[in-house]
Design a protein around this ligand. Structure first.
Ligand code: SOE
Length: 396
């Protein structure tokens, strides 16, 4: 069987074998927040979606043997490794899942591609545009399947918004407003964790949560062409973890805000911050078009608010669509209408997409091209903030 990804032919022996054995072996790097979310997805995907390939949780990797062994036991992985290079070279692994901090993504993804493993990578794809491009080149050259874990695309209400826009229900789109607000570092005594250091995280709120809303914007209304931005670090020094009374420098942004011009002419505004006191994981969008509008907020993720100009003038107003019908995206695999789903389900949907695409020889979405597209916006936002002017986004 010839399987094709992104124009590359490969009579990939591993993929053919996988189709015969009907399962794929997963090797996952990382076991904390994202490691847990992905592990849960590999478990639930089989029970609810029965994808064409059954994922086998073969091996999980982390540097501290005791901690990764405990995680393997808790999440249900068969074995552990403490060196990701060994995991990648294991002949029994078909898919490498990268749930590690950003500074490791490039080397891990390139090594996995060279070893002919399919790759799933957490967002943002890399810590710089150059790194992201290198990763895209590597997966294309190897002809392996690839996906970036922009899990919020896979919310049924977001998928429904995508379908409605695609079908012209909003008409011509004028405005796209996006926000991602958290508050977990408002306390000045919060320590200097890896997410607050550029060498590990690439950027701050911008890459960590801004990347999600940039990707959603690309998915819903198309590519961003130009940006004008402002980045701010409110707290410049923080306690070093485990080092009493010692402070270290924060080298990333705490907050990012930017205006965007989309290729299509849509006017965009974006806000990503870890200093929105009281907001925990509050993100969403508002989209205004000539025929109607859509409003979404993750903290009520089973709902989509729709305003239609087609309704009688006296009846017009935003109405709430409860996106839990069997006819809504993904819902026929879950519960009867009104029985809502949550954060973890978005990862289940993404993994189901990946496994079914792998079996069918279709490129999974969002792929590394989407990761690079997002990274190009992140880079332009940083350049714009430094230069204090509009900056064009580089093409993929
Ligand atoms: C931390 O800010 C974080 O866990 C992000 O890294 C995730 O991508 C986001 O979904 C929730 O917040």
């Amino acid at each position: 069987m010839i399987i094709r990804f992104a124009g590359t032919d490969y009579g990939l022996r591993e993929a053919r074998d996988a189709m015969i054995k009907k399962h794929v072996n997963i090797g996952m790097i990382g076991y904390k927040f994202m490691g847990k979310a992905h592990s849960h997805a590999y478990k639930d995907v089989q029970m609810f979606f029965q994808p064409a390939l059954r994922p086998v949780m073969k091996v999980i990797c982390g540097r501290t043997r005791a901690a990764v062994t405990a995680a393997a036991k808790q999440y249900g992985w068969e074995s552990v490794e403490t060196d990701w290079r060994i995991l990648i070279q294991r002949p029994d692994i078909d898919i490498v899942d990268i749930s590690s901090p950003g500074h490791l993504h490039r080397d891990q993804a390139i090594a996995a591609a060279r070893a002919k493993k399919h790759v799933i990578c957490e967002k943002p794809l890399a810590n710089s545009l150059a790194e992201a491009r290198g990763m895209l080149r590597a997966v294309k050259r190897a002809g392996v399947a690839h996906m970036v874990m922009f899990n919020y695309r896979r919310i049924p209400a977001v998928m429904l918004a995508h379908e409605m826009i695609r079908d012209g229900e909003l008409g011509e789109i004028y405005h796209y407003r996006a926000f991602y607000l958290q508050d977990w570092i408002v306390d000045k005594r919060f320590p200097l964790v890896w997410r607050l250091e550029k060498k590990f995280a690439g950027s701050g709120a911008l890459g960590d949560i801004g990347s999600h809303i940039i990707d959603l914007a690309h998915f819903l209304v198309g590519e961003i062409d130009e940006v004008c931005s402002h980045l701010k670090t409110f707290v410049k020094q923080r306690p070093l973890p485990g080092r009493k009374n010692k402070l270290g420098r924060v080298t990333v942004d705490d907050a990012a805000a930017f205006l965007a011009r989309f290729r299509s002419g849509v006017v965009g505004s974006f806000e990503a911050t870890r200093f929105a006191t009281g907001r925990k994981n509050y993100h969403g969008f508002e989209i205004y078009g000539s025929k109607g509008a859509l409003i979404f907020n993750f903290e009520a993720m089973n709902e989509l608010h729709f305003y239609s100009c087609a309704e009688k003038k006296e009846r017009q107003g935003f109405r709430r669509i409860l996106v839990t019908e069997a006819s809504h995206p993904y819902f026929n695999a879950w519960w009867p209408p009104g029985h809502i789903i949550g954060y973890e389900h978005t990862f289940v949907h993404a993994i189901a997409e990946f496994l079914n695409c792998l079996a069918a020889g279709r490129p999974p979405s969002p792929g590394f091209e989407d990761g690079v597209r997002c990274q190009a916006v992140l880079e332009a936002v940083e350049q714009s903030a430094h230069a204090r002017r509009w900056v064009k986004v580089s093409r993929v």
